[in-house]
Design a binder for this molecule. Structure first.
Ligand code: ADE
Length: 351
């Protein structure tokens, strides 16, 4: 398969090939906050530098970029990066997700409807089933798929040639991807890291400007500290603080942010009720751990996958939870944060 850039497509310089947000109504609010230029994308410097090399080299050779995989906790910007790549390369982006592609026929339909040079973005790729995954391999490698037409003795295999495309996939659960699938992302497998508080503060200031909100450094800093190092959470909290300020007819100040976050039950370390419940459950029901994830899920009535993708990475990043060979255990800091007595011999138990 030729992976040359189709002649009809000139790399874009100004107009985004993806839909541009015109109205800043509530529905398109999140889209309005999403950076549409590399210069506006704050953080993830390591990934941006690598993508710059990958995309520039491919462009100079007149080739499409190779397939790319992004992974990491939700809300860190995997989709945003994919849209920026589409804009940079002037490609159209077609968006789907693992759970939406149930059957081989669904994938065949998505792939055969691509135009030459398109980017196909598959979110939550870890949720593709095995049979579909196996059809994706030759599509990624050789640019063709084999489909079986008919049933029984008269069934025959037809090879379909696909238009050249770049697959960009995203997952919050890299461990669930098979090694053969991972190895086919020849353009790279990139892990998105949590942002620093300083980066999150800058993101909040940028978003505030777009939303027309006046916010001082103290107030934005406080929102940043409670945003789980995650832009999506930061923007969510900023919008809730704006709502709170509006109905109370107040300006956004540090005092007002503290009131709004108290109402939302977000504590000084950015923990939600669920985060605190997890820690309290491990402490009160399992003597601080170690305890298995499925047991914690059952005891807190939360989905195991949510605990693993959303809560655990943040609790570990904050130094409140540890993963040991025998399960999860809370740290000394967890007891201190919850104002509970630290048990004697805690360190020895964790080692
Ligand atoms: N909004 C969400 N993610 C962002 C990022 N990384 N940079 C700037 N604004 C953002």
């Amino acid at each position: 398969m030729s992976r040359r850039i189709p002649k009809s497509r000139e790399p874009d310089t100004d107009t985004p090939s993806v839909e541009k947000t015109v109205v800043i109504g509530d529905v398109s609010l999140d889209q309005a906050l999403r950076p549409s230029k590399w210069a506006d994308y704050i953080g993830q410097e390591h990934i941006k530098n690598n993508l710059h090399v990958l995309l520039t080299a491919a462009k100079e050779r007149g080739h499409l970029p190779e397939h790319i995989l992004f992974y990491g906790p939700p809300g860190l910007g995997k989709t945003t990066l994919s849209y920026l790549i589409a804009k940079e390369t002037g490609a159209q982006i077609k968006v789907t997700s693992g759970p939406a592609i149930e059957k081989v026929g669904d994938l065949a339909s998505v792939l055969t409807n691509l135009s030459p040079g398109d980017i196909l973005f598959i979110d939550e790729i870890h949720r593709l089933n095995k049979t579909v995954e196996e059809v994706l391999y030759p599509a990624m490698e050789a640019g063709s798929i084999d489909i079986i037409i008919g049933k029984g003795p008269s069934a025959r295999t037809v090879q379909l040639e696909l238009p050249p495309f770049t697959l960009i996939a995203a997952t919050t659960r890299i461990a669930l991807l098979s090694a053969p699938l991972r190895s086919r992302f020849s353009g790279g497998v990139y892990r998105l890291e949590f942002y620093t508080n300083e980066e999150i503060s800058r993101i909040i200031k940028r978003s505030a400007k777009i939303l027309g909100i006046d916010i001082d450094t103290e107030a934005s800093g406080e929102i940043a500290r409670r945003s789980r190092f995650t832009p999506r959470t930061a923007n969510y909290l900023l919008k809730r603080c704006r709502d709170y300020a509006q109905i109370n007819k107040k300006e956004i100040s540090l005092a007002m942010v503290l009131e709004a976050l108290k109402l939302l039950n977000i504590d000084s370390m950015g923990l939600t009720i669920t985060d605190r419940q997890i820690l309290e459950t491990i402490i009160h029901k399992f003597s601080g751990g170690p305890v298995g994830l499925s047991t914690i899920a059952a005891a807190t009535s939360e989905e195991e996958a949510t605990l693993e993708e959303v809560n655990e990475p943040y609790l570990m990043q904050m130094g409140l939870l540890e993963r040991t060979a025998r399960g999860r255990a809370v740290t000394r800091l967890a007891y201190e944060h919850l104002s509970l007595q630290v048990p004697e011999g805690l360190q020895e138990k964790l080692l």
